[in-house]
Structures are given as C-alpha cells and as structure tokens.
Design a protein around this ligand. Structure first.
Ligand SMILES: Nc1nc2c(ncn2[C@@H]2O[C@H](COP(=O)(O)OP(=O)(O)O)[C@@H](O)[C@H]2O)c(=O)[nH]1
Ligand SMILES: [Mg+2]
Length: 323
C-alpha cells in the first residue's frame, strides 16, 4: 500500500514524505470546518428538536423522519432509523445524538475499504465518471498532482471527446500538475483510451487517469459510451484497473443517488469521489450512498485549488459531525 495514504505515520520523520502526505490528508480541524453546514443540517437540527422530549411517540418519530429525509439522508435510511426507535422502547430522546452516531457509523463501516486502491511498481488505472460539472476534470488534475508529488509517473487521458474544449481544460490541468497527457481530438473516446492504455503500458507509467464525458445527446448514448470505454480497459488492462470512480457534486443531494444508480449499472463502480464539500450542507449523501449502494467515498473535494483533494476518513467524518 501507498505509504502516503496512511494517516498515522508514527516514526515517519522523513520531511519529504511528510510533505507528500500533507497533499492527501486533511486535518480534523479543517474537516470539521468544511462539514459545519452538513453538521447543522444532518445532526444539529434533529438533536436540538428531539433531545428534550420525554419519549419517542409517533408524532415525534414522524417529525424526526421528515427531518432526516430533508437532510438528504434518503427515505430508506430515515425510515430504518425511526423504525428502530419505534421498536426499541428503551432508547430515550435524550440519547438521540449517540444513537444517530452509532447508526451512521454502522452504515459507513459496511462499505468496506475506504483507502484508494493502489499498487506499487505497476500500472494503476483510475476510470473517472460522472455528470457534466461534477468535477471530474478538476479531480483528475488534483489526483495527478498528488500522485506525481508522491513519486508516481502519471499519464492523463483526454477521454471527454464530446464537450468542446474538454481536452484543452485537461491539458491545462496536466501542465499545472506537471504530468503527461494523451489527447487526440476528434476521435471517439474508446479509441483515445485504447491508445492511452497502450502508451501507459509501454512507457511504464504508474498511474493512468481517464477523463470521460458527462453528457451526450441522451443518457443512453452516454452510458453506451462509458460502457464501451470500460470494455476497452477490461480487455487491455484487466487487473490494472484499480478504481472506477463516480464523481458526485455534494450539492446535488438526493439527485446523487439516482446518478449513482445510473452509473453503477453502466460501469460497475468501485468508489465515489464527493466534490464541492466545501460550503455544502448536503454532505450526508455520503451515508445515503453507503446504505443504498455499498459504495465507499474515498476522496473528497474541498475547494478549487490543486491541493484541495483529500482522502476521506470515515471516523473523522463521524467525529466531525458529532463532536
Ligand atoms: N468549490 C469547489 N469547486 C469545485 C470542486 N471540484 C470542482 N469544482 C469546480 O466545479 C466546476 C466543474 O468542474 P469540472 O472539473 O470542469 O467538471 P466536469 O464537467 O465533471 O469535468 C469547476 O468550476 C471547478 O472549479 C471542489 O471540490 N470544490
Ligand atoms: Mg470535464
């Protein structure tokens, strides 16, 4: 496993490694600041409304369910949580905060590994998907920079051949991140990806980041194109594909759930990158996605700058929401 992905590097006193690590990790204090609106929306409102009640009667439970749904947790989790309280009469409203914390923790724990999959000394391919404007190209720029800072040889592939100037935008990010780009404008995405994989394999790259389109004439065309690209990867580089990442804008809230469904049907996702968490009140979507799709969030976007991509740490996330 990539050393810099580890949060606790006790005994690590190599300054260069510390610098590298700082690119990926997010201090607890900063995470808390980023989640301040989500905390109020998801936890603060519910707890302050409920905790002084005498007992969980139907009226309060309905109210609580509504609040959780409005906080973008989704109907499924909201009703599971309130049904538990209906069934277990021992839990009192004064304990609601701790109860919620444990419930959220359980849901996040069930998604499995939250560290980005990476293997030393081989090609690691990351297939990046998501709707237009979610933050795919930006994420690729930031990821490329982090990987390059961490010592990897990085290639990015301009697979969004649909949107005008998409290749240009990726090119600018590649320069900023000081990594190589494979682009060939005017041909189809699968062909670009085919060439990029060949190049990455022949020239011993450690990381290949594949950008894709987020909007075609219609959903079906988009899903077909993504599926075609995925087949190329599966055919040329089985085992080298380390993550199929869906990039979601935190502010889309519940809409993110339908996006996750659409994309996971087409490309068999392995993880989520949640962008624009900075300032968002809808960071609870992380829990909804974990519950509905068993997909872990592995990366969070916390700003527009190159260093604003961080590894997601579920324990810190929970503690930041409930502290
Ligand atoms: N505040 C904020 N803005 C972001 C973040 N990630 C991306 N953006 C912005 O979102 C917009 C769309 O990003 P882009 O990468 O072009 O999305 P794409 O269409 O999915 O490739 C750009 O203006 C980015 O600067 C983030 O984590 N925080
Ligand atoms: Mg793009």
């Amino acid at each position: 496993m990539f050393n810099f992905f580890k949060r606790n590097d006790e005994g690590e006193n190599n300054q260069k490694d510390e610098k590298k690590q700082s690119f990926w990790t997010y201090s607890f204090e900063n995470l808390k600041q980023t989640l301040i609106n989500t905390k109020q929306n998801l936890v603060g409102n519910v707890v302050s409304t409920i905790e002084n009640e005498e007992e969980f009667d139907d009226f309060i439970l309905d109210d609580m369910e509504d609040m959780l749904i409005k906080a973008d947790l989704g109907v499924k989790i909201a009703s599971t949580i309130t049904d538990k309280l209906r069934a277990d009469k021992k839990i009192k409203p004064s304990e609601v905060k701790n109860f919620l914390k444990e419930e959220f923790k359980k849901i996040l724990n069930e998604t499995g590994e939250t560290e980005l999959n990476y293997k030393e000394n081989e090609l690691n391919i990351y297939f990046i998907t998501g709707v237009n404007g979610a933050g795919k190209t930006t994420l690729i720029g930031k990821l490329a920079n982090n990987f390059r800072e961490s010592g990897s040889k990085v290639l990015v592939a301009a697979g969004d051949t649909y949107r005008a100037a998409a290749e240009e935008q990726l090119d600018i990010w590649a320069q900023r991140a000081q990594v190589d780009i494979y682009r060939k404008d005017g041909i189809d995405s699968a062909a670009v990806v085919y060439d990029a994989i060949k190049k990455a394999q022949n020239e011993n790259y450690n990381v290949l980041l594949i950008d894709t389109a987020g909007r075609l004439q219609n959903k079906r065309n988009l899903m077909e194109e993504l599926n075609k690209v995925k087949s190329v990867i599966d055919k040329l580089a089985p085992g080298q594909l380390k993550e199929s990442i869906l990039v979601l804008d935190a502010n889309t809230g519940q809409n993110g759930l339908s996006q996750a469904k659409l994309f996971s049907d087409a490309v068999d996702l392995s993880s989520i990158a949640l962008t624009k968490l900075d300032g968002s009140a809808k960071g609870g979507i992380i829990i909804a996605i974990a519950k509905e799709f068993h997909l872990p969030v592995k990366l969070i976007g916390v700003g527009e700058k190159i260093e604003d991509l961080k590894l997601f740490n579920p324990d810190d996330y929970i503690n930041a929401l409930f502290e």
